[in-house]
Design a protein around this ligand. Structure first.
Ligand code: HEM
Length: 540
């Protein structure tokens, strides 16, 4: 039997009504068979319903379905101690692994009133995601919705649900979901890469050895923000300049507030409204950072809108990218455009910068692999060629580098889904409305999914022949299916072009100032200490 089945209907005395209906349907199908069924002595409906009925194998299998009560998992108390006493919020990825080891590949945890079913098995993750409906829900976004209602703002792709989400997703997916859609941004991103390289020279020059860039994540944060804004706002923000403009600096502060006070913002959702007068800070900070993020997006969207209007008034042809398209077609309202660019910028900066930081760190830790990749780049592109989106398919090791980095350090170590139907997963009945946690960190490091899982092997993603399938649900850092990451191709373009150029220009070495850097969870999986690297210029 497939480990997952869909049921409709509620539970009746612990047995899902849909399940009973299915049994009745099976029996009824048998009863409506012709004479042949009489020869086979199919039982009557009454016989079938009696205790003496020998159920078909499928039905017998279903009767083994267990309830959530029978599912193993840590106690509420141990969870409380783990998270609030032992700072579990910064070790969510490790706790995921520990619980998988202890309780198996499906287990339940309770956080106050919230029950979460965690799934750390690649096949079960695949079944859940493959069986999704048309508008999957990731998690309860009540605090996000409350802020938006309070300020009269719209939801964007991350926070929207149902029809609203479906409408916005269908507009955006036509614009940025395929590699060839984002290839048109290649020149814009390359200009940002030019500035990244300049910035590396500039930062190195400030250090006594003339080689080291301290805390590379700061550099990559600015690169990612500049890159994603070049695409989303069709303008430059000046993040990589020596003097970052004030407006941009304010935005960076709002973004830092959102993430650095991750616990605070988590509590903002978790603290009941009636407690807010007593503990006001989390909710206030949450609103303050959203105000900053929205303000910034609105400035840039309004500016572009004004430019387009002026162009139209002058009788000029309006040309542009993503934002221009959204503003001229108006398939979404202006409020929806504000909300979407705000949420996309929020989703697109730290994710990309952490991945770039880890990728550079891994290259520095593995000089032999770095040389292999450098050889691939120079042999494929020739000396001094600036890579473009069209070159990326010819650089399998660069793609492997990004995939392997995201396998070892999936920025989102776990993803969520709220079940929209009653389901059976891994032999357990899971009622509609249950919060699922898909444990990507555990599956990525599971040796059944990836041999020698702790080793950094970018070439494990290079297909040797057509039968050699290396894509698997063990590592799906961008999610899967209709609700997967809409910015995936933008992120990949930014990372592929930046890494290729850095590898062309520099040998990336470990700085003596960097010790073994462990990952920590801070909303996202990020470096637990500054990564300081040397960028040694190559001679070609
Ligand atoms: C390394 C970079 C990135 C990683 C690893 C990443 C990962 C993810 C993941 C795991 C999800 C949830 C998918 C799911 O629930 O199935 C997601 C959603 C999303 N991401 Fe990304 N992301 C990255 C970069 C970006 C960028 C650059 C943007 C925007 C330009 C972006 C925009 C979004 C949005 C808007 C959603 C919500 C989609 C929806 O609900 O329809 N992401 N991302």
């Amino acid at each position: 039997m497939a480990a997952l089945n869909r049921f409709s209907g509620a539970c009746w005395k612990g047995v899902p009504v849909g399940f009973l209906n299915e049994q009745l349907a099976l029996v009824s199908r048998a009863l409506h068979k012709s004479a042949a069924s009489e020869v086979l002595q199919i039982p009557t409906r009454e016989e079938a319903m009696s205790d003496r009925m020998i159920a078909p194998a499928e039905v017998r299998e279903k009767s083994k379905i267990k309830t959530l009560k029978e599912m193993p998992g840590p106690s509420t108390l141990s969870n409380l101690v783990e998270f609030f006493w032992r700072d579990g919020f910064s070790r969510i990825h490790e706790i995921q692994m520990e619980h998988t080891k202890k309780f198996g590949k499906i287990f339940k945890s309770r956080f106050g009133p919230q029950l979460v079913v965690s799934i750390a098995d690649r096949e079960l993750v695949a079944e859940v995601l493959r069986a999704e409906g048309v508008a999957p829900q990731r998690a309860n976004m009540e605090s996000w919705h409350e802020y938006r209602d309070m300020r009269g703002r719209s939801t964007g792709l991350i926070s929207a649900e149902g029809e609203d989400w479906l409408k916005m997703r269908s507009v955006l997916r036509q614009l940025i979901m395929r590699p060839r859609d984002v290839a048109v941004f290649s020149d814009d991103v390359n200009k940002v890469v030019d500035d990244l390289v300049k910035r590396v020279y500039n930062l190195r020059a400030q250090q006594p050895d003339g080689l080291t860039v301290l805390n590379v994540n700061d550099l990559f944060f600015k690169y990612s923000m500049e890159g994603v804004a070049a695409i989303l706002y069709e303008c430059r923000l000046g993040c990589l300049e020596n003097n970052v403009p004030k407006e941009t600096q304010d935005y960076i502060s709002a973004l830092h507030l959102m993430f650095s006070s991750f616990k605070t913002t988590m509590y903002a959702g978790a603290i009941p409204k009636w407690l807010r007068p007593i503990i006001p800070k989390p909710w206030e900070e949450f609103c303050l950072s959203w105000d900053g993020l929205f303000r910034f997006s609105m400035i840039h969207v309004d500016k572009r809108f004004k430019d387009i209007k002026a162009q139209v008034e002058r009788g000029e042809k309006v040309k542009g990218g993503l934002l221009t398209h959204m503003l001229t077609t108006m398939e979404m309202s202006v409020e929806e455009i504000y909300a979407n660019v705000t949420e996309m910028l929020l989703a697109g900066v730290d994710t990309t910068s952490f991945t770039l930081s880890w990728a550079s760190y891994l290259l520095a830790q593995h000089p032999r692999i770095q040389e292999q990749i450098h050889t691939e780049v120079t042999q494929t592109l020739g000396p001094g060629t600036v890579p473009t989106a069209q070159d990326v398919p010819r650089l399998p090791l660069i793609r492997g580098l990004v995939k392997e980095t995201l396998r070892l350090f999936p920025v989102l170590p776990g993803n969520g889904r709220i079940t929209q139907d009653d389901l059976v997963v891994g032999g357990y009945f899971i009622p509609k409305g249950t919060q699922l946690a898909l444990c990507h960190y555990s599956t990525s490091l599971d040796k059944q999914n990836f041999p020698s899982p702790l080793e950094f092997q970018p070439d494990r993603w290079v297909r040797k022949d057509s039968s050699d399938r290396v894509d698997n649900f063990g590592s799906i850092p961008f999610g899967y299916g209709i609700r997967s990451c809409i910015g995936r191709r933008i992120a990949e373009l930014e990372m592929h072009l930046a890494l290729t150029r850095l590898i062309q220009k520099f040998y990336i070495g470990m700085s003596p100032l960097t010790e073994d850097v462990k990952a920590k969870t801070h909303g996202l999986l990020c470096p637990g200490a500054p990564i300081n690297l040397q960028f040694i210029e190559r001679e070609n």
